[in-house]
Design a protein around this ligand. Structure first.
Ligand code: PLP
Length: 481
């Protein structure tokens, strides 16, 4: 990718697209933000979208479409069975990853459900670099256990490690030596979500693949955030310097046995699917897809989305497209870092991650520091981030809290959605909150679901701290929104 430099020497990310369809945003006065937060039981998932100014909850299904995607959607071939749009997607997946089969699913967790149903039995262990919420729930539901193999350095928020998503190969070999008969597959997650969108290196993938092949165990890649991983490989990985994005993708495909992804992220559309080579698993998985997701030429997706994914996957091969997310995230991370705000470094993909353990060290983990910070950021600027910490963990079987190793507030950067001045606004309001962080206190559950409790659980503040933030806001910002 050719760089574009400013005469002034300014180092800011530049949008490589123009906006031609817009949606008006609404920033409520701070008093109304408090009211909406209370109505949503301090769980930002329960807010209404119209009451949010910058929705940085997720990059899932909310990335901006390209003109070519929209055109392909208009031209999609609608059929229950045998849609031409599906065959085009299957051919694109084969071209990029070299996989013979593509089994569509309605989204990433649909892939995880059928893979877990087929492969995981009680007593199994599934080694991986790090878990993702829905992945773990499906593996545990099937009686399996997740074993995470990141070295401790990768879980430190402040770091210079370039590939924090790398599996510790020594630990992987160790797990195999002790328990290889209990391992149905190894899972590697690209752009490792819950530790801050952090990539693995090509060499690490090669070594993981070698270990798996020596034990005849499939290597499953969760490629939902592969576009960010590919970007970082191209920028930082010495083994990828002479390869194009397309060539790196092909090498990645060659090293894995099964690749599944959420197309709400990879491919910038909606949907998902599982790519794999010929083998006995194909027929069995196909049965489960038809049973759970839909006929195997749509898998719960609309044909419009299928057509958009095909174009989106091709666009993923373009550095000017896939660089936009990471460059804007880098800007936000570095600007917050300059102001002393604790953030996860180095900047990863997916979003800018605030470190709640350092932002609000006064809040104990059983009062959900990252969730409290999320509520405070909404009050400060109508900005919705996502808690990624203890609240996102379900309790242990004995009812005790499972404390997360990191307490993060993710401010996701959906791709090509926000402009630089909107990112500046988010930086400014988070900075203000940092200067007033002593006001923020914890949350407690008033209604706590057993599974994936962060989605629909209801909470309340442990004191009147949210009112205090509103009062301070008025003192500092006058009658500003
Ligand atoms: C989002 C995500 C999933 C689940 O995908 P959905 O489409 O939300 O069901 C799985 N793995 C990773 C790494 C993800 O980021």
């Amino acid at each position: 990718m050719k760089e574009i430099r400013f005469f002034s020497g300014k180092d800011i990310p530049l949008e490589r697209h123009r906006v031609y369809l817009v949606r008006k945003l609404n920033l409520l006065p701070v008093e109304e933000r408090l009211q909406k937060l209370q109505e949503a039981k301090s769980n930002l998932y329960l807010l209404h979208n119209k009451d949010i100014f910058l929705d940085m909850l997720t990059d899932s299904g909310v990335n901006a479409l390209s003109d070519n995607q929209l055109a392909a959607m208009m031209n999609a071939d609608d059929a229950y069975a045998g849609s031409e749009s599906f065959y085009q997607l299957e051919a694109k997946v084969k071209e990029l990853f070299g996989m013979d089969h593509f089994l569509p699913a309605h989204q990433g967790r649909g892939c995880e459900k059928v893979l877990s149903d087929l492969l995981v039995k009680p007593g199994d262990i599934v080694p991986m670099n790090y878990h993702f919420t829905t992945t773990k729930s499906h593996i545990v539901r099937c009686g399996g256990e997740v074993v995470e193999l990141l070295p401790p350095e990768s879980l430190e928020c402040e770091s210079n490690l370039k590939f924090k998503g790398n599996i510790d190969i020594g630990m992987l070999k160790d797990v195999f030596e002790k328990n290889h008969e209990r391992i149905p597959f190894v899972r590697l997650e690209a752009g490792t979500n819950l530790i801050g969108g952090q990539p693995f290196s090509l060499d690490n993938l090669k070594k993981t693949s070698e270990v798996c092949r020596s034990y005849d165990t499939p290597l499953v890649l969760d490629a939902s955030l592969l576009q960010d991983n590919l970007y970082f490989m191209k920028i930082e990985d010495p083994d990828c310097q002479d390869l194009t994005i397309r060539e790196i993708t092909k090498v990645v495909g060659d090293l894995c046995d099964i690749i599944y992804f959420s197309a709400r992220k990879l491919g910038f559309a909606r949907g998902g699917g599982i790519a794999m080579r010929e083998g006995p698993l194909v027929v069995k998985l196909k049965e489960l897809i038809v049973l759970n997701e839909g006929f195997h030429t749509y898998g719960g997706m609309s044909v419009k989305d299928i057509a958009a994914i095909t174009v989106g996957l091709e666009e993923t091969m373009d550095m000017e497209m896939i660089s936009q997310g990471p460059l804007f995230i880098k800007y936000m991370v570095e600007e917050l870092d300059k102001r002393g705000v604790p953030v996860v470094t180095p900047p990863g993909g997916l979003g800018c991650h605030l470190d709640a353990m350092r932002f609000v060290p006064n809040i104990p983990q059983n009062q959900y520091p990252a969730a409290a910070l999320a509520a405070a950021v909404y009050l400060a600027g109508g900005i919705r981030g996502m808690e990624r910490g203890t609240l996102s963990e379900d309790r242990n079987l004995d009812g005790s809290e499972r404390f997360a190793s990191m307490e993060l507030l993710r401010c996701a950067m959906p791709r090509r959605v926000f402009t630089l001045s909107q990112v500046e606004f988010a930086i400014d309001r988070i900075h203000w909150l940092w200067e007033n962080r002593e006001l923020i206190e914890g949350l407690e559950f008033t209604l706590e679901p057993k599974i994936l409790r962060f989605f629909v659980g209801e909470l309340k503040p442990v004191s009147d701290w949210q009112e205090k933030i509103v009062k301070r806001f008025r003192q500092d910002f006058g009658d500003s929104l």
